[in-house]
Design a protein around this ligand. Structure first.
Ligand code: DAS
Length: 340
């Protein structure tokens, strides 16, 4: 890689490209500002790297899903197979950033770093955080491009570099809105350098669904049931006739469920309905030995994956035609013992 790294930036919308009526307006429209214009606001960016850019989408990430993720993943893979750029940066909305990052990890096999970034304040806000986050994402991506392990998906936000698959949005207001679970940040980035503080490892299922990338099939719908204390079996019962091939239960704590839900889940789970048990706890882990999951042995434990990441993995697994045992083994990799 040359002294002056070549970084390609893909804009997809979000608050980072958001426009409000005034610098202090709470209200704003996400994705209004074109990527090239966004980059103009990052003082000195062209001295840091040779930048090229494009705008792929221009909406809030609440309006992005599998259809757009496939398009993004195909673009990332195509760029990663060219001799330039050295790294790819993606600007994105924060709301579904963790799912998009996990999706890219699962379907792409990038030969260079892919660093996603976002902002909690719109581009027009007083002290907008987008320009610093873009600057840091460029610096982080250039640093990662110098390493072998850096060939993968990361998120750079507010001075932290997070492994993409572990990224979690943990706060809906503050600038420090993201963390990484279960491993924590891979690094920290300042205005001048990237420092490695943790593992750069990608997910245990990294690139597993790469074979689907060309075809980009619609993903089977996976239902989601969020439990609240005293809810009875009702929230699960409504999914009975839904025709969904997969369901994720966001249970309590380490995956416990009220007895009624547990019994019904056990009855409903089978080859034509795969049920994964995750947890409503932000940094939670569900293991098969968690009491309720063991009692209902037809259920699959989500390991470290939260409900939304579990649903994403399950829908890709269903799209790939994996059976119950295959899906069970796939999730097991998210809490397995280390192997050589
Ligand atoms: N509008 C939301 C989104 O695009 C929020 C954000 O980006 O912070 O995800």
């Amino acid at each position: 890689m040359s002294e002056h790294p070549r970084i390609h930036i893909i804009g997809t919308g979000g608050t980072i490209a958001g426009q409000g009526g005034s610098p202090t307006d709470e209200a704003y429209e996400p994705g209004r500002i074109d990527t090239a214009e966004l980059l103009d606001a990052v003082e000195g960016l062209n001295r840091r790297a040779e930048i090229s850019s494009e705008s792929l989408f221009s909406s809030g990430s609440e309006d992005l899903g599998p259809e757009q993720w496939w398009t993004l993943a195909q673009r990332v893979q195509a760029l990663s197979e060219k001799s330039d750029p050295d790294a790819i940066v993606i600007t994105h909305g924060t709301d579904t950033l963790e799912e998009a990052a996990f999706f890219l990890d699962l379907v792409c096999r990038p030969a260079k770093p892919v660093v996603m970034t976002a902002a909690m304040r719109p581009a027009t806000a007083l002290s907008a955080d987008g320009p610093a986050n873009i600057d840091q994402a460029v610096l982080a991506s250039a640093g990662l491009a110098r390493t072998r392990e850096g060939r993968g998906v990361f998120v750079s936000m507010n001075g932290l570099v997070l492994p993409g698959w572990q990224t979690l949005k943990t706060n809906s207001l503050g600038l420090g809105a993201f963390g990484a679970f279960p491993g924590g940040p891979a690094g920290r980035v300042t205005r001048s350098r990237l420092m490695q503080t943790g593992s750069l490892a990608q997910s245990p299922a990294r690139g597993d669904f790469h074979a689907l990338l060309k075809k980009a099939p619609p993903l089977p719908k996976v239902g989601m049931v969020l439990l609240n204390a005293g809810c009875g079996a009702e929230p699960l019962a409504v999914w009975r006739a839904s025709g969904c091939a997969g369901l994720v239960i966001a249970g309590f704590g380490a995956g416990t469920m009220p007895s009624g839900v547990c019994d019904l889940a056990h009855q409903m789970a089978g080859d034509d309905l795969i049920i994964v048990v995750s947890t409503r706890v932000g940094e939670g882990t569900v293991l098969p030995e968690s009491a309720r999951v063991r009692r209902a042995s037809g259920l699959i434990a989500a390991g470290f994956l939260n409900p939304q990441k579990s649903a994403l993995l399950l829908s890709l697994a269903l799209a790939a035609g994996l059976d119950r045992d295959g899906i069970s083994a796939l999730f097991e990799r998210f809490y397995a013992a280390p192997q050589d």
